[in-house]
Ligand binder design. Structure first.
Ligand SMILES: Cc1cc2nc3c(=O)[nH]c(=O)nc-3n(C[C@H](O)[C@H](O)[C@H](O)COP(=O)(O)OP(=O)(O)OC[C@H]3O[C@@H](n4cnc5c(N)ncnc54)[C@H](O)[C@@H]3O)c2cc1C
Length: 388
């Protein structure tokens, strides 16, 4: 039994959680993984995968029961993200983005907002999180989208880039600046933006290196009229909501990156056991064993750290930003390193599309860039040790 099988055996999932994980495993093996290559090649949005996950009720596992959900622990949610992303990174991020966009409504919305908006997600609608703009990447305070109050409405003007699920979402968690507050940080506000609002336009879908089946869209908001009832919190609450929300989405993108790393590790082990050169399996060369040992250890440690962060969230901790940064940074660096070494261990075959290694390497790269680039996370973690 491998060390990873042993680790899995020692996980104490409750009986009902095990049932969910078994079902997710079946959908991943039977539907999602076998179609991942096809969706990657065509760039077609994997609606069948979304439907299969919704059939299991996975779209509801973070939605409170009173709003149509079947809530589970954060740990279980992260486990599902790992499994789905291992089977297909594009489907993994589509699924996780629902959580990233909608969880802040659960955490910061009013009862009326939750009652009105969340059942759409529980019914299978997709969510998106819209922060980034051409002028606001790593520094979100550079955003220019404007929210202007007008009676019972808010007029939204501006644009967003790189929005996952941007062209297919039913609900967007949209960040912008409140026109009446003249301060880059204190003006940031957030609202729920509904599909079908007049003046909304999908400007283009990006052609990407990886995650080709997950859509990434540039959006325009041309005088969109949004009910003031959709404002989350008060004008100017956006930055604190954004930071609190990223703390919960970062472990989720760590779980997504971990899924890619686990896929690459599995492929590497299978290939190095089977490929023979100089009359020996490639895994028998000591240099390769050293590399595999380092990668396996890192995989085990990162999994444990993600579990640790999940435990903090499930235990009700409210200050876990640095722990989330460490999870995001290490899991995504591992995904890239693992995928690169997986290609290396496949030799020339790894560079060609016949093997999954090539796709995993393309999929891994973005995990070091989104949800705060890894330079930004290194800066956050390093800065925390500066003595006051
Ligand atoms: C496929 C994809 C999906 C995405 N999905 C979403 C989404 O759903 N919602 C959303 O809002 N955004 C999304 N993004 C945007 C993503 O989060 C940003 O691309 C990311 O935050 C980096 O911003 P940027 O691309 O403008 O790079 P920049 O901020 O311009 O960074 C350029 C370089 O400068 C470095 N740098 C910047 N600031 C610092 C600093 N302080 N210290 C050290 N180095 C620094 C960066 O690390 C990077 O190497 C997505 C992007 C992609 C490509």
């Amino acid at each position: 039994m491998s060390i990873f099988e042993q680790m899995a055996r020692h996980r104490n999932w409750a009986e009902d959680e095990r049932i969910i994980l078994d079902q997710v495993g079946r959908v991943c093996n039977d539907i999602i993984a076998p179609n991942a290559e096809r969706f990657d090649r065509s760039g077609e949005f994997p609606w069948d995968n979304v439907a299969a996950l919704n059939d299991l009720g996975l779209n509801t596992i973070f939605v409170p029961e009173e709003f149509g959900g079947m809530p589970t622990s954060y740990a279980l949610y992260l486990e599902c993200v790992k499994m789905i992303s291992e089977a297909c990174a594009s489907t993994g991020i589509i699924y996780a983005t629902n959580f990233h966009g909608m969880k802040p409504i659960i955490d910061f919305g009013t009862a009326e907002q939750k009652q009105r908006l969340l059942p759409r997600i529980a019914d299978g609608g997709l969510g998106a999180l819209a922060i980034t703009e051409t002028s606001a990447g790593s520094d979100a305070t550079g955003m220019k989208t404007r929210f202007t109050p007008d009676g019972d409405d808010i007029i939204v003007d501006g644009s967003k880039v790189f929005i996952t699920n941007g062209d297919v979402a039913d609900l967007y968690l949209l960040f912008g600046k409140w026109s009446e507050i003249d301060d880059d940080r204190r003006s940031i506000s957030v609202l729920a933006f509904e599909k079908g609002t007049a003046g909304f336009e999908v400007i283009r879908k990006e052609e990407k290196m990886g995650h080709r089946a997950s859509s990434t869209a540039a959006l325009a908001f041309n005088g969109c009229r949004v009910p003031r009832a959709n404002l989350i919190g008060a004008p100017g609450d956006g930055l604190s909501i954004l930071l609190a929300s990223l703390n919960k989405s970062r472990p989720s993108v760590a779980a997504h990156a971990f899924g890619i790393a686990r896929a690459a590790f599995g492929d590497m082990i299978a290939y190095t056991n089977q490929r023979v050169q100089s009359r020996r399996a490639v895994i028998d060369f000591q240099g390769n064993q050293f590399m595999i040992a380092d990668l396996a250890s890192e995989l085990a440690m990162v999994e444990k750290w993600i579990d640790y962060v999940a435990g903090l969230v499930d235990g009700g901790a409210d200050d876990f930003g640095l722990e989330a940064s460490i999870a995001k940074m290490r899991a995504s660096d591992l995904a890239m390193r693992m995928a690169t070494d997986c290609v290396q261990m496949h030799g020339g075959y790894g560079y060609c599309a016949d093997y999954r290694a090539e796709r995993l390497m393309r999929d891994a790269k973005i995990t070091q860039i989104w949800e705060g680039t890894n330079q930004v996370h290194r800066q956050l973690i390093g800065r925390s040790f500066k003595e006051k």
